[in-house]
Design a binder for this molecule. Sequence first.
Ligand code: C5J
Length: 228
Amino acid sequence: MIEIDARPFPYSFDLGKAALVIIDMQRDFIEPGGFGESLGNDVALLSAIVPACQTVLSSWRAAGGLVVHTREAHQPDLSDCPPAKRNRGNPSLRIGDAGPMGRILVAGEPGSRIIPELAPRPGEIEIDKPGKGAFHATPLHNLLQQAGVTHLIFMGVTTEVCVQTSMREANDRGYDALLLEDCTESYFPAFKASAIEMIRAQGAIVGWTASSSQLLSRLDAAPARLPG
Ligand code: C5J
């Protein structure tokens, strides 16, 4: 059992029943010249977390933990993108339109790929999700149940949109979820701060938060888990 000095109180998990969930670290949100930047966002805020995410991913893999990567990506025919989603946001650059890195938020397009620094490896779970939450209209819950997972450790972007939504969905499905504060970011720093407060308020109503160093110090001391 690994115990982390998290907030609002310690978070304990068994590595064999936990997964590291990396939300939407895709080129269109993180890289200069992508969709996020074309909307006027400062993507440097988001790319600043990449080294911390890499360190956690590398240690998690070395410890033998399960990894889940998500992408916010729709089918090419947009059959999984309801008008309520497509018609909002930026009216001049909508989901499915040609963007700077291919069709925006469409599966398989260059902009929808995970950034190379965090590229998925064979055996890791990859989820294309049509919603903000990682569980909505995806096989994620079934896959985690089959693997006996009870605890989820979250990283990724953006804190108040897809990360927080996924953590709320996880809580509703019975998972204990922890967010690594320095491994998540928003285009709006005040929204990140508020989301973190909301997650851990009222006795971890959504989940726990901690720094990556708090996880790493425990993970590096834990015996590596053998696959299978
Ligand atoms: C994510 C978004 N991934 N902000 N999407 O948070 O639209």
